[in-house]
Design a protein around this ligand. Structure first.
Ligand SMILES: C[S@@+](CC[C@H](N)C(=O)[O-])C[C@H]1O[C@@H](n2cnc3c(N)ncnc32)[C@H](O)[C@@H]1O
Length: 431
């Protein structure tokens, strides 16, 4: 397919997403099935155009003065890809399979594209109903912070200390990936996405199959590190899901002490079995929930550390999942807040005196972060938030101090400040 034909396909897919209100992945999959002539490079390029358009949907529509799929793609090419009018006119030629030529009105808007006077939700490409809470949290940094969430994310790897002595060993074994060390996590490697937004097929690498490396955003690695878990501790990962944090915690514990992983959703937990074997973990019990029985009831009051990687809106991962931002609704935030209260209460019962809860979200919304923690502290006797300086010192992560935002009860990482996904971490100690 020509670059112009790929643009026509992206406009078609965006139209499908809009009219049928369906996730981008489904629309792209259907397009691929009904256009079998398209090769893998074509499909990747079309997906990249669609996702970039979703990243900049509000700002692209604003500069073009309308929010049709064509207008959004045109605006995205200017704002996200930095194309000039001449570049765009060459692609929008009206020839076979290419989009219709640019009109005079479109040309004027492309040449005048500027977000200087755009309202914050337009300039930062986010739904306007979350503006008040984000503004209260970020203040003057609101637009730059949210703009940083529209960029493409790199592919981060975590080197598994249970299998490899140092991250340079893994790095040197994979020179063809072009990875560099991440600046903050001592176990992170980073690969920048290609022009078409694709990364290498890391899962096919022998080193991945041997368990040397895992795919994990540096922010997620840091959240695990900030738990400060020690090899002799009793630790529950209460919302383990597919085990991203569990694997990082196990590496920190060096196969000593005892780690338990559970999740209310057995299907989400299922992939952890294979990952744990590959990673060489031997100090983990996986507690799969059965019917209504509490999978960790026997551990109440005995845990040194309970990690709560809470269900959340995932706003902090919008760089990877730009489709999600336009589907976020107040109702889904309410559902997540109720779940957050439930998991915090469950964690509170598991912790022994002197133990701690590590509350983590991949969100930047105060409702899911400090507010959830504040409500827990208010309704639960005996817990207090550990000051951020102490959390960083215990985890030997003092270098994060100038980068993270200190919040009332914890800390916030963001793409703008830490170059990671947006993660919130609070440590709550039981007296
Ligand atoms: C952010 S995800 C976890 C991601 C995972 N820790 C990782 O690092 O890959 C949140 C998880 O919380 C689980 N969850 C929701 N409510 C829960 C509850 N009441 N108890 C335990 N897990 C719960 C969800 O099923 C989901 O898997």
């Amino acid at each position: 397919m020509t670059p112009a034909a790929r643009l026509s396909a992206a406009i078609e897919v965006l139209g499908d997403i809009e009219t049928r209100r369906r996730p981008a992945t489904d629309a792209l999959k259907d397009w691929g099935l009904s256009h079998r002539f398209a090769g893998s490079k074509d499909r990747a390029a079309i997906a990249s155009l669609v996702y970039d358009s979703l990243r900049r949907k509000a700002s692209a529509a604003w500069v073009m003065g309308e929010n049709t799929p064509r207008a959004v793609v045109l605006g995205m090419l200017v704002l996200q890809r930095g194309l000039s009018f001449a570049d765009i006119a060459r692609l929008f030629s009206g020839e076979r399979f290419a989009p219709e030529p640019v009109t005079g009105e479109e040309r004027a808007r492309i040449e005048a594209a500027d977000l200087k006077n755009a309202p914050a939700p337009v300039a930062g490409d986010f739904p306007d109903w979350i503006e008040p809470s984000l503004r209260a949290f970020f203040g003057d940094d609101l637009v730059p912070e949210l703009q940083a969430l529209t960029a493409r994310a790199p592919l981060d790897l975590r080197v598994n200390a249970l299998k490899v002595d140092s991250r340079s060993e893994a790095h040197d074994a994979l020179p063809h990936l072009g990875a560099v060390q991440t600046p903050l996590s001592p176990w992170g490697l980073r690969i920048q996405p290609g022009e078409d937004g694709r990364g290498p097929a890391v899962q096919s690498e022998p080193e991945f199959i041997k368990g040397w490396i895992e795919i994990q955003d540096e922010g997620s690695q840091l959240a695990a590190i900030l738990s400060g878990v020690q090899p002799d501790e009793q630790v529950v990962d209460l919302c383990a899901g597919g085990g991203g944090k569990t694997l990082a915690l196990a590496a920190m514990m060096n196969n000593h002490g005892q780690l338990y992983a559970t999740d209310s959703d057995a299907r989400r937990l299922a992939p952890i079995h294979e990952r744990v074997t590959r990673a060489g973990i031997r100090n983990l019990q996986i507690r799969t929930p059965r019917a209504r029985a509490d999978a960790v009831g026997d551990l109440d009051g005995k845990m040194d550390c309970v990690v709560v990687d809470a269900p959340c809106t995932g706003i902090g991962t919008w760089r990877r999942n730009p489709d999600a931002k336009w589907r976020l609704r107040p109702g889904s935030l309410d559902v997540r807040r109720n779940e957050q209260a439930a998991v915090l209460d469950r964690a509170g019962a598991l912790v022994k005196p002197g133990g701690r809860i590590i509350y983590i979200t991949c969100s930047i919304l105060p409702e899911e972060n400090d507010d959830a923690v504040a409500a827990f502290l208010e309704r639960t006797d005996g817990f207090a938030a550990v000051p951020v300086a102490e959390v960083l010192e215990r985890a030997e992560m003092e270098k994060l101090a100038p980068l993270v935002r200190n919040t009332r009860h914890g800390l916030q990482m963001t793409p703008l400040k830490t170059g990671t996904d947006g993660f919130y971490v609070a440590v709550l100690r039981k007296s």
